[in-house]
Structure formats: structure tokens, C-alpha cells
Design a protein around this ligand. Structure first.
Ligand code: NAD
Length: 348
């Protein structure tokens, strides 16, 4: 039973970077399954408290992601609040060094990875300064490199499995799919879905991406994808897009995408469920990248075997949605129950 007065996080450190003054939060939700892993987010926030709140939410989601993916790791997250006015190259290196110092203090209980605002090169520096506790260094330095392609592969596997559950067919050819966010993951996923024969409509706040998208067979949206009639909506931008308001007007039958923390709050999951919109939890749909990093760097699997493990996300999505249907629970409840069940098996 949750006691709302007590933190569920195992450990949270909020540190003012000695070189940059940036507020850096490292939140470790749990190390029960193994060391906590989670990305390092560097972005601007309205206040440092918002940064801390994001670290708390994202680290909990990472714990669920690891458990659902069956990885021998717990969940953690770093959030560094970008100082006003941004950072030049030297100050940015100072910030990564500040972050590495905090990561090093966890002595292996937390392992960093890239996320919004950080790169495989940053992980190489953290790896050097924090006793090797960073994933996804560039391949030339012995790491598994950028994980976006694996994340996109996992999203496509999750989408096809979700499609089968929702519509009873496995082929997405001819379906209408909307993708919000054409960044590292979004553009790879969108192009791959178009290759499968879907009509893929895309949007991004960066309109300079339009020409490239159209060259690659994607349609640029002229309407609001969050309100359009779609077979599938793919949130691939930032989190929090599914609010009570957008969920109550959303006309997609299925929502599945990589964006972390898509639901503004847990009540949105229930609202989507009531409205018969099938939502695939992002903790599972977006797990391809972390599965790739762990499989290559820690489990020593080759590229082919790693791709096969990433592809198993499809089976896991099918199982999760079937579990939710059989027990009359929402997908988020199902994800919580399945992940805590795998945690208790680890602890047994
Ligand atoms: N990269 C990975 O391997 C990975 C793994 C797991 C989860 N994720 C999550 O998936 C999402 C996408 O990751 P990414 O690496 O492609 O990020 P990215 O920063 O490369 O791309 C995000 C894109 O979304 C666009 N965008 C932002 N706000 C938008 C809005 N309101 N409407 C439309 N477009 C908007 C940005 O312009 C950008 O092009 C993020 O939430 C990330 O945390 C990524």
C-alpha cells in the first residue's frame, strides 16, 4: 500500500553544479532489479522545481520500462536545468562534467544514458569521469552508440501488435497514421510505417523538416493530428501531450509512440479507456533503445540477436493488451501489475 507521505524513490540528489550553477537532479527510483538506468535530460524548465518533478516522474517510468522489458536493471533519471541564455561549447562541457560528478557519487547504483539534450559523446565523457557508469558511448569508443534506430524499430513492432489487437489484422497497409514529432525516432518510425504501406501524416514544430518528409513519402499535416480521425496516433515529440482535454477529443483508435510520459496524469489513461481508444504504454513502446544498449553493451549480444530482442516488444505489447482486456483494467494498470509482478519474481 502506497503511503503518500513517503517518497517511493530510493534516493534523490539535487545538486548545484560546481562549474555551471545548473540544478542537476539524479533520481533513483529503484535498484531492486539491478543498478538504476535512465537518460540524462538537459533542457530548460520554468523553474528548477519543475526539473526535479520531471526527474521523479521519469525515473519511476524508467523502472517500469526496465521491468516490462525484462532487463536486470532498475530505473533512474538525470535532469539538468539548462541555464538561461543557453551554453557555449566550453560551458556545455562544464555542465557534462558537473553531471558526471553527480553520477560518480552514486558509485554504480545509477548508470546514465542519452536523452533529450544529451548525446553519445556526452556519455563518453561521463563514462570516463564516472567509473564507466554510462551507456551509449559512440561505437568507436566501445559503446553501442545512438539508440534512436532501435527505439524506432521497437515502436513499429509495438504499433503492429497494437494494430492487431485493436483492429484484428496485422497488416497496416492502407491505414491512416499520424506522427507528431519528426526527430531522431519519429522520422525513422514514420518512414518505416510508410514502407509498410500506411498513409503517414506527420507534423513537427520545426517546419524546416517538411521538405525532407515529403521527399520521403510522408504527408505534412494541415490539421491538428490530436483531433483528426486516424487509425493510429504516434506521439514522438515531448511528453504530456495526452491531457484530459486532448484525450476527450482524440479520434484515433490506437495511440502508440516513443514519447516518454505521454499522459499528463494517470486519469487520462482511464479517460482513453472509457472512450475505447487503445493506448499502448510508452514505457513499453519506447523500450527499444534501452534494450539495444543493454543487449549490446552488457549482455554481449550481436546486432542480429539484439534486433530480435527489440522485436519482441511486439509480443509484449500483445500480452499486455490481452492482460488488460481479460482483467478489465486499463493498459497503465496492466503495465503496473505486470512490472510489479516481474519485480517480485526477481526478489523471490
Ligand atoms: N531517442 C531515443 O532512443 C528515445 C528512447 C526512448 C524514448 N524517447 C522519447 O521519444 C521522444 C522523441 O525522441 P527523439 O530522440 O526523437 O527526440 P528529438 O528531440 O530528436 O525529436 C523530438 C521532435 O519533436 C518535435 N517537437 C517538440 N515539441 C513538439 C510539438 N509540440 N509538436 C510537434 N513536434 C514537436 C521537435 O521539434 C523534434 O523534431 C522523446 O520524448 C524521447 O524522450 C526517445
Amino acid at each position: 500500500m502506497r503511503d503518500a507521505r513517503q517518497s517511493e524513490h530510493e534516493e534523490v540528489r539535487i545538486v548545484r553544479g560546481t562549474r555551471t550553477g545548473a540544478t542537476i537532479t539524479v533520481a533513483v527510483y529503484s535498484t531492486e532489479r539491478g543498478p538504476a538506468i535512465g537518460g540524462c535530460r538537459i533542457m530548460s524548465y520554468p523553474s528548477w522545481r519543475e526539473g526535479v518533478r520531471d526527474a521523479l516522474r521519469l525515473s519511476e517510468a524508467m523502472a517500469m520500462k526496465s521491468a516490462l522489458a525484462g532487463l536486470p536493471y532498475g530505473g533512474g533519471k538525470t535532469v539538468a536545468v539548462l541555464p538561461g541564455g543557453g551554453l557555449d561549447t566550453t560551458r556545455r562541457l562544464d555542465l557534462i562534467t558537473d553531471i558526471a560528478e553527480v553520477v560518480a557519487g552514486f558509485e554504480g547504483r545509477y548508470i546514465a544514458g542519452p536523452d533529450i539534450g544529451s548525446t553519445p559523446d556526452d556519455m563518453a565523457l561521463i563514462h570516463r569521469l564516472a567509473q564507466g557508469n554510462a551507456f551509449c558511448r559512440p561505437e568507436a569508443e566501445g559503446g553501442s552508440g545512438n539508440s534512436s534506430a532501435a527505439t524506432a524499430r521497437g515502436v513499429v513492432a509495438a504499433l503492429i501488435a497494437g494494430f492487431h489487437h485493436r483492429y484484428g489484422v496485422s497488416s497496416i497497409a492502407g491505414s491512416k497514421i499520424g506522427v507528431i514529432g519528426l526527430g531522431h525516432v519519429g522520422h525513422l518510425a514514420a518512414e518505416s510505417l510508410a514502407r509498410e504501406g500506411a498513409r503517414v501524416i506527420v507534423t513537427d514544430i520545426d517546419s524546416s523538416l517538411r521538405a525532407d518528409a515529403e521527399r520521403n513519402g510522408l504527408e505534412w499535416a494541415t490539421t491538428d493530428l490530436l483531433r483528426d480521425e486516424l487509425d493510429v496516433l504516434v506521439p514522438a515529440a515531448t511528453g504530456g501531450m495526452l491531457t484530459r482535454e486532448t484525450a476527450s477529443t482524440c479520434r484515433a483508435g490506437l495511440i502508440v509512440g516513443p514519447a516518454n510520459n505521454q499522459l499528463a496524469d494517470d486519469s487520462v489513461d482511464a479517460l482513453l479507456h472509457q472512450r475505447s481508444v487503445t493506448w499502448v504504454p510508452d514505457m513499453l513502446a519506447g523500450a527499444g533503445g534501452i534494450i539495444h544498449a543493454v543487449s549490446r553493451e552488457k549482455l554481449g549480444l550481436d546486432a542480429e540477436r539484439t534486433n530480435a530482442v527489440v522485436g519482441q516488444i511486439g509480443d509484449k505489447v500483445g500480452q499486455l493488451l490481452a492482460y488488460a482486456q481479460e482483467r478489465h483494467v486499463t493498459p497503465l494498470q496492466a503495465a503496473r501489475e505486470i512490472s510489479s509482478d516481474t519485480d517480485s519474481k526477481v526478489n523471490a
